[in-house]
Design a binder for this molecule. Structure first.
Ligand code: ATR
Length: 273
């Protein structure tokens, strides 16, 4: 088998956990290849990507700040990436780039594997935040059958923009009413950066949230955010943020290396340490 090269492009990129994840799988499955973190400044994107093509890369992940700019360099971008408005995974074929986005898959896989009996199909899903992650998560929920999604965000216009994906299913409410709308929810997801180490706290009282609702946080530093601690202490099932990061990497790995890898506790421990 030939040596397969893949990587992640971003700027900065040294903090990326992706090399750890993909190189773990390369070793686990006995494959011949390597996954590198590649720093490409915004003004160097085209030349940097061209270099990867010339070096024979099978593909690469794309992170901040290139997730939108990479669209223009792709020969084709699939429907998922178009709906989410960002490409996070590229496959190189015949010297051309094909873009997709695996964040929606990562979110849903993580929720389904971590929370037993989660119901966002018959009960509303509440999404806090309206950034890039929120868009992928709202898309994922709709694809998985959600009938009612409520987005609350400090900046209402950004939430309205996401709601344009499907106004029959998605409703926007004010950030100030985030506690009241929890009354019938089946799922609550924090997609904001609030609660992350070094960021402001996420202020929310879960008193009205049904006990059988699932609470998910995309923040994974710390892994047990205040939101998840509060949810756990009142008996709600919780889904931590590290799983989305691990699961979104799986379909990308499969595209380049031909194996759909597993997320194991060993890998999770390694990424968190
Ligand atoms: P990403 O694209 O990674 O999701 P982002 O676009 O920076 O990140 O989005 C961060 C989210 O956290 C946004 O919903 C942001 O709210 P705004 O759209 O109003 O900016 C939310 N957020 C960040 N700091 C916040 C704060 N102090 N209070 C409320 N929401 C906050």
């Amino acid at each position: 088998m030939s040596f397969i090269k893949a990587g992640v492009i971003g700027h900065p990129i040294h903090h990326s956990k992706s090399p750890l994840i993909h190189n773990h799988w390369i070793a686990q499955y006995g494959l011949s290849g390597e996954y590198k973190a590649i720093d490409i400044a915004p003004e160097e994107l085209k030349a940097g990507v061209q270099k990867l093509i010339e070096e024979g890369y099978a593909g690469f992940n794309v992170t901040i700040p290139h997730k939108q700019e990479i669209f223009k360099l792709c020969e084709q971008v699939d429907d998922v990436a178009k709906a989410i408005g960002a490409v996070n995974t590229v496959v190189v074929k015949g010297g051309k780039l094909y873009g997709t986005n695996t964040d929606a898959f990562g979110f849903i896989e993580n929720v389904h594997q971590s929370a037993f009996g989660v119901d966002f199909v018959h009960k509303p899903a509440v999404v806090l935040g309206a950034g890039g992650a929120a868009r992928a998560i709202v898309y994922a929920l709709m694809e998985a059958g959600a009938q009612q999604i409520i987005i609350v965000n400090r900046t209402a216009d950004k939430a309205k923009d996401i709601a344009e994906m499907n106004t029959d299913i998605i409703r926007v409410d004010a950030w100030e009413v985030r506690e009241k709308i929890l009354r019938d929810a089946g799922l609550l997801v924090n997609t904001t950066s609030l609660g992350m180490t070094g960021k402001d706290a996420l202020e929310i009282d879960l008193a009205l949230l049904p006990k059988d609702a699932v609470v998910s946080d995309i923040v994974y530093a710390p892994l047990m955010t205040d939101l998840l601690k509060q949810a756990k202490s009142r008996g709600n099932q919780i889904v931590t943020g590290i799983g989305m990061l691990l699961h979104q990497a799986r379909p990308a790995f499969e595209k380049w290396f031909g194996v759909l890898p597993d997320v194991t506790e060993g890998l999770e421990r390694k990424v968190l340490s």
